[in-house]
Each structure stands twice: as structure tokens, then as C-alpha cells.
Design a protein around this ligand. Structure first.
Ligand code: ZN
Ligand code: ZN
Length: 317
């Protein structure tokens, strides 16, 4: 079968590879749409957890051998450590991710544990189903803010989202679907700000203005982390999902004097994945563009080098 393979730092290639051979307890998924994640573009240039050769792809949906439409929850956990037992399986110490630690969805077919597949609601387009995984990250980010501020404080909340890539846009959509009163956005690209407005965000601009109950940083640079603290009202919350660099970059004394808060957000619970599955149908997702898998190496490389600008690129095996 054909697969897009990460073969060396900075290099992905479309190759003929052996058919996956499902182990006991695994199912074969015929991939119909797979999203390319910013973490993969970064990981291909700076290999960390992803070690070549690897078929990436952790945001995908497809058909089982029995013809059932499924979306894959790529978070695999041990099921018995203290964190798993506390319901925190997404931060399990033995966590593995399909497409990161084992072959993922940038291929015609992939074998995954049967426990990782979830039914796709009838009639949901494949391109939308492939956005359930990133949307689940946004649901989790919002729930982190609700957990910090209390449900009463986030209903009617003033929210800001820094960075209108796919995750930032999905955070806009989740916040507005979950009771936020107003969501302001910042991004340097006018097209991304326009996509945010189509989801219901306020006008937006290159930088934030004012103070917010919740500031979501979907970029993760030193500058955006500093902005997430600076534009947070006293006693508010910043949620960090971005991983652009590891420099904190913010004024830590503000956390003391104004009781500001910064919370990390990674992945999602099974319930949050299910909530994302229910929510995605209602949103304007026209900012995602699909390409045949055959063009995958060129698309991935162009995205990696900044030469291609859909907010979200999906591959169609
Ligand atoms: Zn991702
Ligand atoms: Zn565990």
C-alpha cells in the first residue's frame, strides 16, 4: 500500500510499504481523511518523540473492514497506573499516540487497537470527522478553564484566543458553543482572522487589547505566553496548548500579585472526545482543505517550509 513516510529529519516521502498486519485485539482502518497537525510539521524538522522511519497521522477517520465509519482516538494508555485509575488516562506515564509512537493515518490502511475506534455519526463528512481529534483538544482546553474558574464564571465569560490556526479556531468554536459571551482573537494572518469571525469571534487583530477572564494560547511562543498573562484579568486563567518553543517568557510575579493562573492543556478525556464528535457538525470548517495522499509529500513539505497556507490540510488516501 502507499503511505507518506517520515524518513529523515525534514524529509517525508510517498512510499510503497507492506500492508499493516493487525495484531490480536486490533482492527484495520481504511483511512478516508487524515489531518496534518502543526506538531507534525515541527516534529519532522526537529525529531523528538517521532523517530524516522514513521508513518505519522493522529487525526483521522475511515472505514473498518466491516464497513463501519469510525474516527480514531489516538491516545493509548496503560489502563492500570495511578493516573489511568484516576480517570487521567490522557497523561498516563506510559502514554503512546498513534502516528507518533506507532504507525498512523497518513496511509491507505492502518492497524489500530479496537479500543481506539469510535463510531462516526451518520452523514458526517470525512473531512469533518478528521477534525474531531483537534476539536477534542479544544474541548479539553475549555474544560481546563471551567475547572479553574468554575462553571458559573465561564458562562458569559470574556475569552481571548491567541493564534488562529486549526486549534485556535476550534477553541473559538468550543468557547462560543459552551457559553462564552464574547471571544476576541489575535493572529498575524488576515485570512485566519476572517475564519475566526465566521465562527463567531469578534473582529480580531494582530495583537490583543484589554483583559479577559480566559486567554487561550494556541501558539506557545515566549511572546504569546507573555501576552496570555498580560491580557488575563486578575484572578483569570490562561490555558496553554501551543508548543512553539519552551521559553516561558512571562512575568511570573503577576501570578502572585494578581492571582493569575496558567494551566497546560494536552489531549483530552474519552468524554471530551465524544463531546467534540457531537459538536463539530455545527461549525464552519471551510478553512480545512483536502489533498490526495499522492500529493502528500509535496503538501507536507510546502507546509513545513511555510509555502502553503490552508489553515488545515487534510490528506485523502
Ligand atoms: Zn494534532
Ligand atoms: Zn496509565
Amino acid at each position: 500500500m502507499r503511505a507518506l513516510v517520515f524518513t529523515a529529519p525534514g524529509t517525508v516521502e510517498l512510499l510503497d510499504v507492506p500492508e499493516p498486519d493487525p495484531a490480536p485485539g486490533e482492527v484495520l482502518v481504511q483511512v478516508r481523511a487524515a489531518g496534518i497537525c502543526g506538531s507534525e510539521l515541527h516534529g519532522a524538522r526537529h525529531p523528538g518523540f517521532r523517530k524516522p522511519p514513521l508513518i505519522m497521522g493522529h487525526e483521522f477517520a475511515g472505514l473498518t473492514a466491516g464497513g463501519e465509519a469510525v474516527v480514531v482516538n489516538p491516545i493509548l494508555s496503560c489502563g492500570h497506573c495511578g493516573l489511568c485509575r484516576r480517570g487521567l488516562r490522557h497523561i498516563c506515564q506510559e502514554r503512546e499516540i498513534i502516528g507518533v509512537h506507532r504507525a498512523g493515518g497518513f496511509a491507505e490502511r492502518v492497524a489500530v487497537p479496537a479500543s481506539a475506534v469510535r463510531p462516526v455519526p451518520p452523514g458526517l463528512p470525512w473531512e469533518t470527522a478528521a477534525l474531531i481529534e483537534p476539536a477534542a483538544n479544544a474541548v479539553h482546553a475549555w474544560n481546563r478553564a471551567v475547572g479553574a474558574l468554575g462553571a458559573g464564571a465561564t458562562g458569559g465569560a470574556q475569552v481571548a484566543v491567541i493564534g488562529c490556526g486549526a486549534i485556535g479556531l476550534l477553541c473559538v468554536a468550543v468557547a462560543l458553543s459552551s457559553g462564552a459571551q464574547r471571544v476576541e482573537v489575535s493572529d498575524l494572518a488576515p485570512a485566519r482572522l476572517a475564519a475566526a469571525r465566521r465562527l463567531g469571534a469578534a473582529a480580531g487583530g494582530p495583537a490583543l487589547d484589554g483583559e479577559y477572564d480566559v486567554v487561550i494560547d494556541a501558539v506557545g511562543s515566549a511572546a504569546t505566553r507573555a501576552a496570555s498573562v498580560a491580557h488575563q484579568r486578575p484572578g483569570g486563567t490562561a490555558i496553554w496548548l501551543g508548543l512553539a518553543d519552551s521559553d516561558p517568557g512571562f512575568d511570573a510575579s503577576a501570578l502572585v500579585r494578581a492571582e493569575k493562573r496558567v494551566l497546560g492543556s494536552f489531549a483530552y478525556s474519552d468524554e471530551e472526545f465524544a463531546r467534540a464528535t457531537a459538536l463539530v457538525r455545527g461549525w464552519d470548517l471551510a478553512w480545512a482543505a483536502g489533498y490526495p495522499l499522492a500529493e502528500g509529500a509535496g503538501v507536507f513539505t510546502e507546509l513545513m517550509n511555510g509555502g502553503l497556507h490552508p489553515v488545515k490540510a487534510l490528506l485523502w488516501p
